[in-house]
Design a protein around this ligand. Structure first.
Ligand code: PEP
Ligand code: MN
Length: 336
């Protein structure tokens, strides 16, 4: 069960509620987020919801049958919106576009990308400064100094930054220079990282694990939410299957399933989803028709010279075409 508490409820009143819930053989966890205070009760016994609902100090109570609670749409029917400020909002009924290189490489590359995004009215730039690479000998990112450079240019241009955080110690280091923390597919179940991201007040996008199920992704989001951060988005980025014709298999099924299961925005990453430049566009458009609230993809002035993931990266001309089609297909979807 999810018990939403009245704001500023004194501790003794909270304890009274907890005692009552424990008496029903429900284990309780207190959750305090930027938006509210909750008590989560986990148990099996049947009880009359009015018994709890009548206790003073409770503003709402819901029985949620899913194992994840706070991220479930069974509790929160209204979709969550992520407000990045300056009119940049990620929400259901809108189409967020996040584009940029796989890796941040140089000041020149940052500026060229920003110019491209601005010309196409894209307000969120992606890029990695800490790169999880399969081989330790591959380019592993420019680190915090690269991020600072990027931040300076992005702020001047009114562009928001999403970048991957790989470990707990980077959360604070990056905090002043980012707008969204990205949890990469290799870290989806790094529960220490998720817990710590629950303690910050900036939005988090969690990618689906390479071999992770939809439910596991939802549990990962539940970690962040229950540690205190409600500003969350989920991202389908393809999973590993037996298929070898593409880098990953974009699980388009996950999009409508997630949209039904959770109130969090669902973003599609067709670049990692298929891993082949020529097919990024059709996959992106299919994800929009499947209900995605946004698309995140890789673009670079010269994809063949990119330090990482060049094979799935669009040049600016193709990126421009994709942006126009994303908007058209989104309009079409909304008009159906
Ligand atoms: C990326 O966004 O460049 C990335 C490494 O993605 P993923 O974690 O999905 O592999
Ligand atoms: Mn990449």
């Amino acid at each position: 069960m999810i018990i939403q508490l009245q704001t500023g409820l004194p501790q003794d009143k909270k304890e009274r509620i907890i005692e009552k819930v424990n008496a029903l053989k429900y284990k309780t966890t207190e959750v305090n987020t930027q938006k509210g205070d909750y008590i989560i009760g986990i148990g099996k016994s049947e009880f009359d919801i009015r018994e709890i609902g009548q206790i003073p100090g409770i503003s709402d109570i819901h029985i949620v049958s899913d194992d994840y609670k706070l991220v479930s749409r069974k509790w929160k029917v209204n979709p969550t919106s992520i407000d990045l400020g300056d009119g940049v909002v990620i929400s259901e009924g809108d189409m967020a576009i996040m584009a940029g290189p796989c890796s941040i490489e140089s000041e020149e590359q940052i500026n060229k990308t920003i110019e491209h995004l601005k010309a196409n009215d894209v307000r969120i730039m992606r890029g990695g400064v800490y790169k999880p690479r399969s081989s330790p000998y591959s380019f592993r990112g420019l680190g915090i100094e690269g991020l600072k450079q990027w931040y300076k240019a992005a702020r001047e241009a009114g562009i928001k930054i999403i970048t991957e955080v790989m470990q707990v110690s980077q959360i604070e280091e990056m905090y002043d220079y980012i707008d969204v923390y990205q949890v990469g597919a290799r870290n989806t179940q790094n529960f220490n990282l998720l817990d710590e991201l629950g303690r910050v007040d900036k939005p988090v996008l969690i990618k689906r694990g390479i071999s992770g199920t939809i439910d596991e992704l939802l549990y990962s989001a539940e970690y962040v939410f229950s540690a205190g951060n409600e500003n969350l988005m989920l991202c389908e980025r393809g999973i590993r299957t037996y298929e070898r014709a593409s880098r990953n298999t974009m699980d388009i099924n996950a999009i409508p399933i997630l949209k039904e299961k959770t109130h969090l925005p669902v973003i599609a990453d067709p670049s990692h989803g298929i891993g082949i430049r020529d097919y990024v566009e059709p996959v992106a458009l299919a994800c929009i028709m499947a209900g995605a609230d946004g698309v995140i993809y890789e673009t670079h002035e010269k994809p063949n010279e990119a330090f990482s993931d060049g094979q799935q990266t669009l040049n600016f001309r193709d990126s421009e075409k994709l942006i126009a089609k994303i908007r058209k297909v989104f309009e079409l979807r909304e008009s159906l």
